[in-house]
Design a protein. Structure first.
Length: 319
């Protein structure tokens, strides 16, 4: 594949991302507001939720920001009614005079037994209906403060409901999702550290940047996101090939954003630039002596420069 072409199943062409999820699109899934998962939306992808491998096919065609929830049988995802999260409770009629002073934690306030709850689950009762049944069965719920009522509902909802919100990938979301799952993959880099790197580098449209990292391509992907398809980025990978920058694919960047990226092995960069020889193609640029011609020579001179992100595998949905 020629340098600058988008990776297969990536963000596609054009500069404007799609408003709805398409086959092969990278997405960030927010599970109950507690866990972020990188996934690839496709008919064959699956995500493990509540001990079940659930197909991600229902994500296709959904707008970014859509809320889906696990069906009562725990086997599939289905759109939430009205696209509203079940954690958005409506509280009314709560007076400031109510307090929790008379409440005792004795596990005797709930009228529903464990056997009755399990029977409701086996009968196909939805998570939302089950939470409301627990509210009605609580002898102390009406006496709780508004804050305590909301806390009670959220606690029960997280136990009996599983909701998934579909987000478009961005530097912060990708970094946070990876850091929460495997910090070593990012060399311990958090989202705030990544933001400081981008700030100190003063990256913006039209900038020319050299990125040397060992974070799987997250720094390069964030830099490409900042450049917005204008400028030039050379990513020096720790080893030959594209495996070391595979996480660029998780950003779902469009073709014009990827087209300004070039990748070279760091050993070749050190050998040629450190030795004073410059990258192949040096001097073929506009001749202003600032090294632009050297960078642009990658991928043009002898065809050895590789387009950033090509041939990389996307983060699967089986997390």
């Amino acid at each position: 594949m020629a340098a600058g072409e988008p990776p297969a199943g990536g963000g596609g062409g054009g500069g404007r991302p799609a408003a709805r999820v398409r086959e092969g699109d990278p997405v960030v899934l927010d599970v109950n507001g507690d866990r972020a998962v990188l996934a690839t939306a496709s008919r064959g992808a699956k995500l493990r939720l509540r001990r079940s491998a659930i197909s991600l096919a229902p994500l296709l065609g959904q707008p970014f920001g859509a809320v889906l929830r696990v069906s009562p049988d725990g086997r599939r995802l289905e759109p939430a009614p009205g696209g509203k999260q079940q954690f958005e409770w409506e509280t009314e009629g709560i007076t400031a005079a109510r307090t929790n002073a008379q409440l005792l934690d004795e596990n005797t306030a709930q009228g529903l037994s464990h056997a009755e709850i399990e029977e409701m689950k086996r009968g196909g009762t939805s998570g939302a209906d089950l939470v409301e049944a627990l509210v009605r069965g609580s002898a102390t719920f009406e006496g709780k403060t508004e804050f305590s009522q909301d806390k009670f509902r959220r606690k029960k909802a997280k136990k009996f409901l599983t909701e998934v919100t579909v987000h478009r990938p961005c530097a912060r979301a990708v970094c946070e999702a990876l850091h929460s799952r495997d910090p070593k993959r990012l060399a311990g880099m958090r989202a705030d550290t990544l933001s400081l790197l981008l700030l100190q580098a003063n990256l913006g449209p039209g900038a020319r940047a050299l990125v040397v990292e060992a974070c799987g391509g997250v720094v390069a992907g964030a830099a490409l996101e900042r450049l917005g398809g204008e400028g030039l980025l050379v990513a020096a990978a720790p080893a030959s090939g594209n495996k070391s920058l595979e996480l660029i694919r998780a950003f779902g960047l469009p073709r014009d954003a990827l087209s300004i990226g070039r990748q070279v092995p760091i050993t070749r960069l050190v050998r040629q630039v450190g030795g004073g020889g410059g990258l192949e193609g040096e001097g073929e640029g506009d001749g202003d002596g600032d090294g632009d011609g050297a960078s642009e020579g990658e991928g043009e001179g002898e065809g050895e420069g590789e387009g950033v992100g090509q041939g990389q595998e996307q983060e699967g949905g089986g997390e």
